[in-house]
Design a binder for this molecule. Structure first.
Ligand SMILES: CC(C)(COP(=O)(O)OP(=O)(O)OC[C@H]1O[C@@H](n2cnc3c(N)ncnc32)[C@H](O)[C@@H]1OP(=O)(O)O)[C@@H](O)C(=O)NCCC(=O)NCCS
Length: 212
């Protein structure tokens, strides 16, 4: 079994632990967290992120980000760069109870949770969360460090940028473009293109804020 260290001891970490245990491919060494101490499920919090270099040097070469950031995806981005600069490998974690077309592809550091369907021709970039029960239809493109929340449906051929969060239970119609650094509110129905750096909510989705 390959040894792996997890970063971030919050709720999302528990779901990642479930996923990793279901794969029977990795042995979880422990979890790092910048504040918390104690344990997450059965695993020890071994210190903060300053320990990561030593952990790597001790022979643990796999890592996974368990910070389920919603409002600030830049946290996941900076941890990703740090892990890569130390030398860690970040695998793609695909829950065995998801349905992924052999013609779909996901890059390093991305997790695909239980109950998800990803259809042919879809491409998911690095460090994304494709959360529980979501559907990414054929030929969609999802950019780096984007979080697709639970129970989101994305129609075929839609492009979603980097550092974007698609809120829980929302529906995105086929063939549109959603920009970088966008937040789509919970339960939204997105029926047209969304530019970079905005928050958009409602049915149909309307822009309520431009981010600084
Ligand atoms: C969109 C969102 C990020 C906005 O959060 P916020 O910046 O704190 O905004 P506020 O709560 O101040 O709401 C601003 C306005 O938008 C409305 N609004 C917020 N979220 C909304 C939503 N999902 N649908 C419709 N209207 C919404 C509020 O009612 C408020 O309206 P008002 O100005 O008329 O009072 C948040 O409400 C949301 O939907 N988050 C998604 C959560 C999620 O997906 N979690 C998944 C966890 S895995």
């Amino acid at each position: 079994m390959k040894k792996i260290v997890l970063i971030g001891a919050g709720g999302h970490c528990k779901v990642i632990i479930d996923l990793i245990e279901s794969l029977k491919e990795y042995e979880i060494f422990g979890v790092t967290d910048k504040k918390k101490q104690g344990t997450v499920l059965n695993y020890k919090i071994v210190g903060d992120d300053s320990k990561l270099k030593k952990i790597y040097e001790s022979g643990i070469h796999y890592a996974f980000i368990c910070v389920g950031a919603i409002s600030d995806l830049s946290i996941r981005n900076s941890i990703y760069s740090k892990l890569k600069s130390i030398g860690f490998k970040l695998p793609v974690l695909i829950h065995k109870d998801s349905i992924i077309s052999p013609y779909a592809h996901a890059e390093d550091g991305t997790c695909i949770m239980a109950g998800t369907v990803i259809n042919a021709g879809a491409y998911i970039a690095e460090n994304c969360i494709i959360n529980t029960g979501s559907v990414v239809e054929h030929d969609c493109i999802v950019g780096d460090n984007t979080h697709i929340s639970p129970n989101v449906s994305i129609g075929g051929g839609t492009r979603i940028g980097c550092n974007t969060h698609i809120g829980i239970g929302s529906s995105i119609v086929q063939g549109i473009n959603i920009g970088n650094n966008v937040t789509i509110g919970a339960g939204a129905v997105v029926i047209g293109d969304i530019p970079d750096n905005v928050v958009s909510v409602g049915v149909p989705a309307k822009i309520i804020k431009v981010k600084k």
